[in-house]
Write a protein that binds this ligand. Structure first.
Ligand code: ADP
Length: 542
């Protein structure tokens, strides 16, 4: 091979920041704050404040390669951590405040973070978990004040700290494969698993997502990320928007219909995105108030299947195109996106919309897909034969953080746990989920964990959990109980038993009593169980 002779400049997040600050310095960033008016500044000012963060880390003695954690909403200060921390070569672990306390503490300890940044309305959570944090030495509230709720904790103020730092920083150049962001994903059971995004993956993902066949932003776009910054870095939007010079609107922690509409109309948002639950609430708000959106052109929806009616309402009633995406924390998260093609357009508008509205998306550059049968052989790309969905590419996980073995097979394929079909046009459709989890409003509920608790209820022989569709939360858990012979167990008794033992939002939607079918190896046969439940309750399990 002849070595190429172009510059081996590493792909780093600081390059995105420097580009936006230089090429689009006055392009605005607007952010909701917690209990304060909207914050406004621009990319040039973002770089200056990110520089202060980078200098602060040095002052605190945090070295490149080390980790710090954040418990933050979609706010400008959290965005400053995105660039200030990663730009300095430190890894930002974006902890998920919606996990159980033990899991939040677990992830911060597992990351071995030295510093914890948190929003002021998460002070009570921080105070609760603080005694369990084994490595955090410094607590910094993302505010200009120290909240009283922090009680015994010695909490420093972000604004006061960064005010003491210089707003100039020489962004260092380092290996593009260095870790930048650490995101934990809750799996089927057990502890959350860390996915450590490299700088290279983040930059390539942002460039891929910026393509016209994907999000395709221009400098005229106004982009509002509703996926949380702690959920796979808000699907990369905080990188794609500055890369394209788009205005960025951050909705804070307010995702209700009225708050989103106020920002969309007030700031001229052209592109937004998030999980279906948020758009169910938004469409209900528009319907109830008889309003429409003047500026919104496209909304990207993913994390769970987009109901066809949702896509149709957006398009037909409000003239807004829905882009369905499928992805995972393990894929940064963009995997596929339902974008039109000339071949589809030739079939006519109706036929094209039908495909766009009912498929998770289409192949994108940077993510290879295959579906395989039980023997590992490729299933035909006929749009009909389902198989286990596997992915591979430069922004797909190789190995979970601090795990001894790779998460991929010998050829680099990562098994997504989803079951899907692929067709000759490159469209992918999720048909089922092999992993035993339920996704409620964008957050995971482990059916296995829930079953393990429920089976402890007196009189219960087998407890089995499946997901059922829900109009607001997309999916909710349904609990099937088979009591011991001769025992009488009531639904109320089971729910009373669960209440003190699980998080409120894990509470099953319904309890059904039935004989639970088992596989030949004695495991709960979820496929057969879904049929049993359909017969018992007339519901269609998800
Ligand atoms: P994210 O934070 O992006 O939701 P997760 O890793 O928590 O990522 O979840 C990924 C899983 O969510 C996928 O494996 C799939 O089961 C589900 N998912 C994501 N997007 C879609 C979609 N458009 N349709 C159906 N399921 C989806």
């Amino acid at each position: 091979m002849t070595p190429g002779l172009m510059q081996p400049v590493p792909l780093q997040t600081s390059a995105i920041l420097r580009y936006a600050a230089t090429a689009h310095p006055r392009r605005e960033i607007v952010s909701r704050q917690i209990d304060a008016p909207l914050w406004r500044y621009d990319y040039a000012a973002l770089e200056r404040r990110a520089a202060r963060v980078a200098n602060l880390l040095a002052t605190l003695g945090v070295s490149p390669g080390e980790r710090v954690s954040s418990l933050g909403w979609n706010t400008h200060r959290h965005l400053e951590l995105f660039y200030g921390v990663s730009g300095a070569g430190v890894v930002l672990h974006t902890a998920n405040p919606r996990l159980f306390d033990e899991q939040v503490a677990y992830t911060i300890n597992h990351a071995e973070s030295a510093v914890l940044f948190f929003e002021k309305n998460l002070a009570a959570l921080v105070e609760r978990i603080a005694p369990r944090l084994t490595t955090v030495k410094t607590f910094i509230v993302l505010s200009d004040e120290v909240p009283h709720e922090a009680g015994a904790l010695d909490v420093l103020s972000y604004e006061r700290l960064i005010a003491a730092e210089s707003d100039g920083f020489d962004w260092p150049s380092f290996d593009e494969n260095a870790g930048a962001f650490l995101c934990y994903t809750s799996g089927t059971t057990g502890d959350p698993k860390g996915v450590l995004y490299s700088h290279r993956a983040i930059v390539l993902h942002a460039m891929g997502a910026g393509l016209n066949s994907a999000f395709g932003f221009t400098a005229f776009d106004v982009v509002m990320p509703c996926p949380s910054l702690y959920h796979a870095t808000a699907w990369g939007l905080p990188f794609v928007a500055p890369l394209c010079g788009a205005k960025l609107v951050l909705p804070g922690d307010k995702m209700d219909g009225a708050s989103l509409h106020e920002l969309i109309e007030g700031e001229g948002v052209t592109f937004t995105g998030g999980v279906p639950t948020i758009w169910t609430m938004y469409l209900a708000y528009l319907e109830q108030t008889g309003q429409a959106t003047r500026t919104l052109k496209r909304v990207m929806i993913g994390g769970s299947a987009v109901p066809r009616a949702m896509a149709e309402t957006f398009k037909r009633k409000y003239g807004v195109d829905v882009l369905q995406i499928w992805g995972m924390t393990e894929t940064c998260p963009l995997g596929v996106i339902a974008s039109p093609t000339p071949a589809l357009a030739e079939r006519g508008e109706e036929a094209m919309q039908e495909v766009i509205w009912t498929r998770q998306g289409r192949l994108q550059f940077g993510v290879e897909l295959r579906t395989v049968d039980d023997d590992g052989a490729d299933t035909p790309r006929d749009g009909e034969t389902p198989g286990a969905l596997k992915v591979r590419g430069p922004w797909t996980v190789q190995r979970y953080y601090r795990q001894p073995a790779d998460a991929v097979d010998a050829e680099g394929w990562f098994d997504t746990g989803d079951i899907a079909t692929l067709d000759a046009d490159g469209f992918m459709r999720i048909t089922d989920r092999a992993k035993d989890v339920i996704k409620s409003g964008g957050e995971w509920i482990s059916s296995i964990d829930l079953e393990n608790v429920a089976v402890g209820c007196p009189g219960v022989k087998i407890a089995a959990v499946i997901g059922v569709p829900h109009p607001k939360w997309e999916e909710r858990p349904l609990l099937v109980i088979e009591p011991h012979q001769g025992e009488v167990v009531s639904a109320a008794a089971v729910l009373d038993y669960l209440a003190p033992r699980i998080a409120k939002w894990w509470m099953p939607e319904e309890v059904v009593f039935a004989e639970v079918p088992l596989t030949a190896t004695g495991k709960i046969d979820k496929k057969a169980l879904r049929q049993v439940v359909t017969q018992a309750s007339g519901k269609t399990p998800g």
